[in-house]
Write a protein that binds this ligand. Structure first.
Ligand SMILES: C[S@@+](CC[C@H](N)C(=O)[O-])C[C@H]1O[C@@H](n2cnc3c(N)ncnc32)[C@H](O)[C@@H]1O
Length: 495
């Protein structure tokens, strides 16, 4: 019977832009209540390309980039200021912790046990051997989840600004843990739908979220958090289907089909495969999708961050291209060797539950608010965030040796926040021609209108630097590009 309902809905959706569920009874062999038809069809909205509302009217949805303009971006960016977990997510996580560990989870022996596990999880993580028994899912939620949830929205914002988020999207959360990326994505789309609705823009979304995860405890938590969150969310203009997680190591999971977005957030580092071989895992998972946007996020710390660039390079050899953060300014790619680069969008507000577990000696051990991560966004169609290519008047960074103690012009992407202090600003810069680290160094007493653009550049933004003095830093096997008051810096057109 379901089959008859689904195929009729398919037919109606193909022949009209809109139809009412009540109309279906004219053609069905059995009469249905509108509510029953709605429930029967709901799991099929994604494949049928329809969205039916609580008024039981169904609309045909067309896949197109989500509308974006400067005002919408401004409003979204404002909503990220003083970023923290949205109150609904905070309540959801805390009530999961309460259900798992009791109402007084933040006091006495239970709190001690959780704290011990937060510390242990950090140690295991750096040794590359994390485990996820139930208590570690709790410690993960308390310590890691908030920052990872918030920082992912910066990457979504990048995709949104560049037209890579669409009205119909299938999303794969690979190594989904307790649901960080899934929940963060839904929250991002909720914010966006709020903005559209305030502007009376009729934008409808059809989203399917799949996930793969090898830990049963994390799958349990994922199911609890995502289903409760979805059931409390009243989104008139969106159909969001979250499929049952695939319980398997990613390496051997069935290859998913037609994903638009594939996210590996803090999962590749947990694999025993060497960094270059992790590319095989990513490539295999992406092989069932036509042109997916693949996002890989790893810790900002030296070893894991450098490993990501090796994986990234191996993926380029397999036919992927970098959307961001790296721009091949001279049209040639780097080797991915010796590249330590990460983004630091700032701190999040301390969530209430984190404050509770940190009410003890050494409270700093339990507070984690610093957004700091290494990431890459990959495509297969050659689309890049910055299409800029350098022309003759600049020296390539690979040739700096010949220009020591000379003033030259260079063009490079800014690949870090300030690595120095308020007296001396230091930014990693890269033009993809060398694996020798290069840093733009700007003493604060040299800052003026002509060179301050480097202070305002975002991560991955490109700047032309005219008249920088080249110094070799032998102790660190690197080059410093000294910016003085006579150096001019110009941000390049971001297209
Ligand atoms: C650090 S957590 C990250 C969770 C989530 N993606 C996030 O960003 O918060 C890593 C997760 O990946 C899972 N994982 C690690 N290796 C895996 C593998 N080979 N296959 C499937 N899941 C894996 C772990 O069980 C854990 O849930």
């Amino acid at each position: 019977m379901n089959k008859e309902v689904v195929s009729l809905a398919k037919y109606l959706a193909a022949s009209r832009v809109e139809f009412a569920l009540s109309e279906m009874n004219q053609y069905l062999s059995k009469k249905y209540d509108e509510r029953d038809l709605y429930t029967l069809l709901k799991p099929h909205f994604y494949d049928l390309d329809i969205l039916c509302g609580t008024d039981y009217k169904c609309h045909r949805l067309v896949k197109r980039p989500l509308p974006v303009d400067d005002a919408i971006i401004g409003e979204l960016e404002d909503s990220f200021k003083n970023q923290g977990l949205p109150s609904g997510i905070e309540r959801l996580v805390e009530s999961y912790i309460e259900r798992s560990c009791g109402k007084n989870w933040h006091t006495g022996k239970t709190a001690e046990l959780i704290r011990k596990n937060i510390v242990k999880q950090k140690e295991e993580y750096w040794k590359g051997r994390p485990r996820y028994p139930k208590i570690r899912t709790i410690s993960y939620l308390l310590y890691h989840f908030p920052v990872y949830f918030c920082q992912f929205q910066y990457l979504l914002l990048d995709l949104f600004k560049n037209g890579l988020l669409t009205t119909k999207m299938s999303i794969l959360d690979a190594g989904s843990g307790p649901g960080t990326i899934t929940l963060s994505t839904i929250d991002f789309l909720r914010r966006l739908l709020d903005i559209y609705s305030k502007r009376n823009m009729d934008v409808k979304l059809n989203i399917r979220i799949d996930s793969i995860e090898k830990s049963g405890e994390n799958i349990y938590c994922y199911n609890e958090l995502t289903s409760l969150y979805l059931s409390n969310l009243l989104l008139e203009n969106a159909s969001i289907t979250i499929n049952e997680p695939v319980h398997s190591p990613i390496e051997i999971a069935k290859v998913p089909k037609d994903e638009d977005l594939i996210i590996f957030s803090y999962v590749l580092t947990e694999m025993s495969a060497a960094p270059s071989e992790r590319a095989d895992v990513v490539d295999r998972i992406a092989s069932g999708s036509k042109n997916p946007t693949v996002i890989i996020i790893e810790p900002a710390e030296l070893v894991n961050s450098k490993a990501l660039r090796i994986t990234q390079h191996a993926l380029i050899k397999k036919g992927f291209n970098i959307f961001n953060p790296c721009t091949l300014i001279w049209g040639i790619g780097c080797s991915g060797d010796n590249c330590w680069s990460f983004e630091e969008p700032g701190n999040i507000q301390v969530p209430g539950f984190m404050k509770k577990i940190a009410r003890t000696e050494d409270s700093y051990k339990y507070i984690n608010t610093d957004m700091k991560f290494s990431s890459v966004i990959l495509r297969k169609d050659g689309v890049t965030e910055h299409a800029y290519r350098a022309k003759g008047k600049f020296v390539r960074l690979v040739n700096l040796k010949r220009h020591i103690e000379k003033r030259i012009n260079i063009v490079a992407s800014v690949m870090s926040g300030n690595l120095g202090d308020e007296k001396t600003f230091v930014f990693k810069v890269c033009d993809a021609t060398t694996s020798v680290p290069c840093y733009a160094v700007l003493p604060s007493y040299h800052i003026n209108d002509g060179n301050k653009a480097i202070l305002e550049a975002g991560y991955g933004d490109i700047v032309e630097i005219y008249g920088t003095l080249i110094r070799e830093n032998k102790a660190f096997s690197s080059y410093n590009l000294l910016i003085t008051r006579s150096t001019a810096i110009r941000p390049v057109d971001q297209t």
